[in-house]
Design a protein around this ligand. Sequence first.
Ligand SMILES: *[C@@H]1O[C@H](CO)[C@@H](O)[C@H](O)[C@H]1NC(C)=O
Ligand SMILES: *[C@@H]1O[C@H](CO)[C@@H](O)[C@H](O)[C@H]1NC(C)=O
Ligand SMILES: *[C@@H]1O[C@H](CO)[C@@H](O)[C@H](O)[C@H]1NC(C)=O
Length: 302
Amino acid sequence: MMVPLFLVPLLCFPFYSSAKRNDRPVVGVLAQEVYSSQSSYIAASYVKFLEAAGARVVPVMINQTLEEYQTLFNSINGILYPGGGVSIISSGYERAAKIFYDLAIEANKRGDYFPVWGTCLGFEQLMYLTSGKSLLTHTDTSGVSLPLDFTNETSNSRMFKGFPVDLMKDLASEPLTENSHTWSLASLTYNTNEDLKTFYKVLSTNTDGETQFVSTVEAYEYPIYATQWHPEKNAFEWTRPYIPHTPSAIRTTFYMAEFFVSEARKNFHSFASEEGENKALIYNYNPVYTGNHSAFEQIYLF
Ligand SMILES: *[C@@H]1O[C@H](CO)[C@@H](O)[C@H](O)[C@H]1NC(C)=O
Ligand SMILES: *[C@@H]1O[C@H](CO)[C@@H](O)[C@H](O)[C@H]1NC(C)=O
Ligand SMILES: *[C@@H]1O[C@H](CO)[C@@H](O)[C@H](O)[C@H]1NC(C)=O
């Protein structure tokens, strides 16, 4: 039997181009445990990254109750899972990341556009949350900047479509993307995992010389994005010699941030009161200088 075309639901997911826009986006940045201590932290470069593109930041603390996370989810316009060194299977970071991931999937299905970004560990966390499996492969990629090997999907991606042509050319030919990871999602693993393959479109890959791995993805049907590399470091971190600071490297930081914040402007969650918003914002905390003994110039300690 022929199904009349107009009965087929063409829009199964909520990408819309609307005149409506939230010009005061607030983005959550997830904290994580400080190794062998009772505290948690956020590297300040993630905060600067988002602020530079016109967002304000709210720290998402670990160890909060589900109810507190639900309230916060309904108050913010997107969330970023930073890089770092905690477990993606069992940590306060993982627990919060899973709660927000599940809330984001559910919200987006309802037409409540809520973007999620993962960087480095955040990328690995998203792969774990989507597949339900630990699928990473060891790679020799700790402290190296690489050009992106773009796939043929890049040109019709949401992420890169607003990038200037000359920057895309530089990203493909110059080492503008900094990698600080020892685990990666091998292209071979992605290609043989139905859950990942149907959920994420691969926009770039890289190799350590032996293993080709996935380095940039966007979800097909959700505003979920991840890079195994660090867009925020180029402009804001100086303690390691392999972080690129060329004009194209700095533009990479800003175009990535601009893209994600423009996604957050499509969300209309808000705090119940201005007072509640003021109490949640990162301005209630002072970053401390740590450039002398860590890979970060400044961190927020909680
Ligand atoms: C989070 O909870 C764990 C387990 O109860 C505890 O060991 C840790 O110190 C807490 N961390 C923070 C930053 O609250
Ligand atoms: C990209 O290449 C793959 C593998 O060669 C192919 O299956 C896919 O259809 C191509 N996609 C586009 C958008 O051209
Ligand atoms: C960084 O370390 C050097 C050498 O230990 C010290 O002289 C300097 O005061 C430190 N800088 C800051 C801002 O702590």
